[in-house]
Every structure is written in C-alpha cells, then in structure tokens.
Design a protein around this ligand. Sequence first.
Ligand code: CDP
Length: 220
Amino acid sequence: MTGPDSHPRVPVIAIDGPTASGKGTVASRAAAALDFHYLESGALYRLVAYLGGSDPVRDAAGLDVAFRDGSIILSGQDVTDHIRTEAVGNRASEVAKIPQLRGALLARQRAFRRPPGLVADGRDMGTVVFPDAVLKVFLTASAEVRATRRHKQLIDKGIHANLAALSRDLAERDARDAARAVAPLRPAGDAVVLDSSALTVDEVVDKVLMLFRKRNAGLA
Ligand code: CDP
C-alpha cells in the first residue's frame, strides 16, 4: 500500500489552483527543469469522465492508464486530445465530487512520488494527496485572464471556442470545485498564493524554482 509517508524524503512540489490558471504548463516545465517526475492529477478525473460509465468509482479503481512522453494512453489507445475538451473537463468536475471516487484515485496518485522528486498539479495536491509537500503553490489568475488563456489554447489547437461561453463554464466549474464537500478547491494553510495574471509562464516557473531552492536550503 502506498501511503503519504511511504517516500517521506522524496520532495514533492504541489501546484494547485482553479481551471486555466496555468498549473499544468508551469508544473510540467518545473518538473522538466528539475528532472522530477510529473503528475497531472486532473487527467485521472478527465479519464473517468471520458469513460462515462455507469459506475465511475469502479472505472476510477480500474483505470488502465499510462503516461508516456506527454501522451495519455488509456487501455492501449492514445486519448490525449479526447480528454482535453471543455466538455470532458466539465464532466470531470462532476465526477470529482464523489468521495469514493477520489479515494479510489489516492494510492495511484501517491505512487508517482519516486526519486528524485515529483511536481504534481491539481486541486488538492497540497491539502489531501501530498500534505507533506516541501513546497505548495496555489496558482491563480483573474477569471478574465484565465478565460482568455483557455480560449487561445483551444483556438491554437484548432478547436472552435467561444469566449463568453468559456467564461461562463469556467465560473461554473470554479464554483463547483470550491463548493464540494470533499477536497474543495482552496489553498493549503501553508501554500504560497501566486497570482499569475500579469506574469509570463517563464516568470511563474522561475518563481516556483526559486521558492523550491530556498525551501531546500532551509531559507524559506
Ligand atoms: O485543466 P483544468 O484546470 O481545466 O482541469 P484539470 O486540472 O484537468 O481538472 C479537471 C477537473 O477535475 C477539475 O475541474 C476538478 O473538478 C477535477 N480535479 C479534482 O477534483 N482534483 C484534482 N486533483 C484535479 C482535478
């Protein structure tokens, strides 16, 4: 059984925050810079939503998934693009309310904690999954900036998107994620809250790396 304390000395950087705050980009870049493993926890909820089965808790427990060079392979099929749609994201936030489902995904997430370290992004990395993370960052940005970023991301991928509809969905998803009874979206008490509204991705990544180095040196 993999518990939170099974690798107590393997450092974890937890990056949580609302939708389209840039967590994924920042977390994967920070992981690459440090040569750490990377966990995109939202992908697990997206996969369960994508499967759309009548028993999502069983689907979560039995997920046959592999993360390979930025691709997500579900039961042997590359589903990376299929799970990135807004529709799947919105459904993911629905299934994510189910406490047993969250429990079913816990050990799988903690198993990503392997030497030399892990950067994990999501909603509850610092509060529930890795409460002993050496650095917890809560990454935010104004709702307007986040909607604009997500819009650009989708357009760049050739996916049709409407800014007003995106803003509405984003606000709904934030509210659902923040209001749920289990693992609601909120900063851990010891998290550094970083507003990225006026920062570039490079600036945010640098800030995270700087905070991590300070923590490691016992300076902050
Ligand atoms: O990329 P985006 O922030 O829009 O979404 P995501 O991180 O892929 O997560 C999709 C949904 O899964 C979120 O709206 C959450 O409801 C849920 N989720 C969660 O509950 N806990 C996590 N650790 C990660 C995602």
